[in-house]
Design a protein around this ligand. Structure first.
Ligand code: MBD
Ligand code: FE
Length: 275
């Protein structure tokens, strides 16, 4: 059983802040009218919550202290990706017709070891977990294979930990990429990940515990699939019947994203929208 509390999850949320700081981002030009509209509505929504619940000064101070702690714990990327990103993804990807996306989360790292067509994710000798062969193809919206697509896969280990975020795991453990050949196909050999628990020792976990929520995400595979002249898709895939598939704390499960492996093997195709 791997779904217990892990003291060693400490630091995963904090480490996500360092990773975010290195992330390449497009320049978001300051559009004063848009900042005015968005900031005004965001603050207005908060004002309404305060009126609705008749907040006390003690509660206002507790809110301030908690916000300060989220930053001190380095957990803003973790907190935002768990509780906010799913709506951004919904809005941004509303018009897609091809492969269904969902949130990226805080634990993507670019530049994982790359294979042609078929490969085994880097893993430790005797890496715990049931074997999993994950295969499929990258196509256009008509099902024509795309050559030279990049399929990046990263996931937690059998204890729910991500390399480069939890301590003591080899750098690229359970992270890899495949460049497709002319048939557009990819085949990864890996292990079945475990459900993921939001770290209990930081500000995000403190809110979850104080509110009486649970801290679990269902077991998932993270993917980014990209190709020239195609919209890249960032998504996650889940396992039918898995714990918390029906109550993901990050609200990132969609019916199109549920895998049904047979004999430790599963196929999933990515039709990519044109850019
Ligand atoms: C994860 O593994 C994850 O995928 C998300 C979205 C948030 C926290 C941890
Ligand atoms: Fe994850």
């Amino acid at each position: 059983m791997s779904t217990t509390t892990h003291a060693t999850a400490a630091g995963s949320g904090r480490n996500a802040t360092a990773t975010f700081a290195r992330k390449e981002r497009g320049t978001a030009a300051v559009d004063t009218a848009r900042v005015d509209a968005v900031a005004r509505d965001a603050l207005g929504a908060l004002h309404e919550v305060i009126r609705k619940h008749r907040l006390t000064y003690a509660e206002y101070d507790a809110l301030k202290a908690w916000l300060i702690r989220v930053g001190a714990d380095g957990e803003w990327p973790l907190f935002l990706d768990v509780f906010v990103e799913h709506v951004v993804e919904e809005v941004v990807n509303a018009d897609r017709r091809g492969a269904v996306g969902t949130i990226e989360g805080p634990y993507y790292v670019p530049g994982a070891p790359e294979f042609a067509s078929e490969g085994t994710l880097p893993m430790r000798a005797g890496e715990p977990g049931a074997p999993l062969t994950f295969q499929g193809s990258v196509t256009d919206l008509d099902g024509i294979p795309i050559e030279g697509a990049l399929v990046e896969l990263w996931h937690a280990d059998d204890a729910g930990f991500y390399s480069q975020f939890a301590p003591g795991i080899p750098e690229w453990n359970l992270r890899g990429a495949i460049r497709t050949g002319a048939d557009g196909r990819y085949t990864f050999h890996t292990i079945q990940p475990a459900p993921y628990q939001i770290p209990t020792d930081g500000a995000t976990g403190a809110l979850i515990a104080s509110a009486g929520w649970h801290a679990w995400r269902p077991a998932h595979l993270h993917l980014k699939v990209s190709a020239p002249e195609r919209l890249p898709v960032t998504t996650q895939l889940y396992f039918e019947g898995g714990e918390h598939v029906g109550d993901d704390v990050a609200q990132a499960v969609k019916p199109e994203l549920i895998l049904r492996p047979v004999d430790n093997r599963v196929t999933y195709d990515f039709p990519l929208d044109p850019a």
